[in-house]
Design a protein around this ligand. Sequence first.
Ligand code: EPZ
Length: 460
Amino acid sequence: MGGSAGNVLSVHGGTPLHGTIRVRGAKNLVSKAMVAALLGETPSRLYDVPAIRDVEVVRGLLELHGVRVSDGASEGELVLDPANVEAANVDEINVHAGSSRIPILFCGPLLHRLGHAFIPDLGGCHIGPRPIDFHMQALREFGAVVDKTPDGLHLTAPNGLHGTKLELPYPSVGATEQVLLTAVRAEGVTELRNAAVEPEIIDLICVLQKMGAIINVHTSRVIEIEGVPALTGYAHRPIPDRIEAASWAAAALATGGDVRVLGARQADMTTFLNTFRSVGGAFEITDACPPRPAAAGRPPEPGVEGGIRFWHPGGELRAVALETAVHPGFMTDWQQPLVVALTQARGLSIVHETVYEQRLGYTKALLSMGATIQTYRDCLGGTPCRFGRRNFTHSAVIAGPTKLHAADLVIPDLRAGFSHLIAALAAEGTSRVYGVDLINRGYEDFEGKLAALGAHTERP
Ligand code: EPZ
């Protein structure tokens, strides 16, 4: 949580959000694609990169390792040149400790490039213990030797990295990425079972394929990677940020507004859209269409920017039962923003969080604003999950509709932070949201976007 004095936003709630904003490349792909650039022997180009804190952190880490990162010719374009990759100073890397979980993904690429890697203590959002045991187990099976010290992890690969057969205990996004980034240049074939297949993973596979990797995605969460001796740079336009798009959609619904999210893409959001519609929200999809030059007897056509318009159609919202899950299920990162809208739905909504064991703590803030939410240790309304047996508070019942009133809120993590912001926008009166800078980790220019949507906020 940011603790600086100016790190607070006053939000005068009660005004529906109206207008148009744009989302750019997905944070959870962009940061991984930047790491993948380490594996190439020529420069990579990544387009549509959002100006967010997590990108800055990865950029800083890459630069410490000798990667030259510069802004390209177009807005949001990054050029990453790994020609001079080198070991970074441990103290300098430690400056980044605690600011992101991305450093863990440097393991495989650094082992390939340098033969050793140092990974500082990991940060990221406070949404449970977030262990890295799957990552370490996988790296060991490739042949890495992991030495844990108080400052972080030191890894070596005395006999090189070799393809292997792996099965993840759970389809972890990060561990799947770890395996991909390591296997592409390991000697031989790697077979990964129970892999995550989120759209951001498929997009990372597209990046790696552009670099020369050979990766097959089979049915039933099996990914097969044929190691190659060398990779080149890539040029890639990332998938849009489906978490940010859903966050603005939830803000439109909770405030009774109407928000067009340019760049949002239906294919990445079908599960969210189904739930949004079940709650009573309305949406309209515009498919992107490239410009067409004039042809015989036909004038040129300018092209259409794709996007999704989300709005509250009036009347009452309806309670729903939802369960977060790995793709193609309802994303855990969509949960917190949507729950704010569920406080305005008639009846009892049930939420079963099955990805993280501690992702309902933020509901306390909603309670302080007048919401009626009860949390449970049981697996409510869905299939029993691994957290029910382990006694974690991971289900919630939300009774609505309840009027929200202003409160002083402290942001605990990125997505919960955005949900606090939505709650403050939906509430009557002026809320003070502390630690608001944390939202910059994953939402580009959120204050500019709020202003564009007619929200009344100010830095006191
Ligand atoms: C990624 O985190 C995202 N982060 C998260 O988004 C997202 O919520 C998550 O995937 C699920 O979609 C990034 O891409 C940077 P996991 P990741 O490994 O890779 C357990 C956001 O706000 N697990 O799929 O860290 C873990 O504890 C962030 O943008 C182990 O037990 O998630 C969790 O319960 C928040 N051991 C589950 O797996 C391990 O070694 C899923 O985690 C690794 C994970």
